[in-house]
Design a protein around this ligand. Structure first.
Ligand SMILES: [Cu+2]
Ligand SMILES: [Zn+2]
Length: 204
């Protein structure tokens, strides 16, 4: 298994490069957030090709015009940065969660199931001590209906296996603000959904 071990070392090294690229991109995004949102959203993915990246292409649900593209990068053993933009929203806050099933097929998004909560708990704000692992809070759309997303999620991975992996789960965006009340934050209809799919399928 010597080759496999070397491969793992190389993979870890590539992850460090990926992080450096990502942090650089994040700095640029902060400086140019309003002028090139789409470019920022895509720039994460273009510079490297390791296995710890995933994409969620959001499709409209419940008769909404919402669409978007989110890129996920694992930048640590248990931290995943989600970045991208979402358009077609009503201005203001919208509940933003990882749901347990990687299935956005039903027109109302109910096929995605409930909140991703492998360790249980009650629904809540990501900053509060008790919350589902998939409770990511709210995204906020500007008056043009566009939300720029940049959320760092602790305690999760993009590994192909593992209790805390986000791969083959779904990101769901809701019609209303998540008020963080149990069980699901009163955030209303599911207006967009995207399956979290690994960009490179690196099986070992
Ligand atoms: Cu949700
Ligand atoms: Zn929840």
């Amino acid at each position: 298994m010597k080759d496999g071990w070397n491969g793992m070392l190389e993979f870890r090294y590539m992850k460090r490069i990926a992080l450096a690229v990502l942090l650089g991109a994040a700095g640029q995004a902060a400086a140019a957030e309003h002028s090139h949102p789409d470019h920022d959203a895509l720039s994460i993915d273009h510079h490297h090709g390791g296995g710890s990246h995933a994409t969620a292409e959001l499709v409209a649900l419940s008769g909404s015009p919402v669409k978007g593209m989110l890129h996920l990068v694992q930048h640590d053993n248990s931290n995943v940065l989600i970045k991208g933009s979402v358009a077609g929203l009503t201005p203001g806050k919208h509940g933003f969660h990882v749901h347990v099933n990687g299935n956005c097929d039903s027109p109302d998004g109910m096929s995605a199931g409930g909140h991703f909560a492998p360790t249980g708990g009650l629904h809540g704000a990501p900053s509060s001590q008790v919350h589902h692992l998939g409770d990511l809070g709210n995204i906020e759309a500007d008056r043009d209906g566009v939300a720029h997303v940049s959320v760092d999620v602790p305690g999760v991975s993009l590994a192909l296996i593992g209790l805390n992996s986000l791969v083959n789960r779904a990101i769901v965006i809701h019609a209303k603000e998540d008020d963080f009340s149990d069980p699901a934050g009163n955030s209303g209809a599911r207006v967009a959904c995207g399956v979290i799919e690994q960009d490179n399928d690196m099986r070992m």
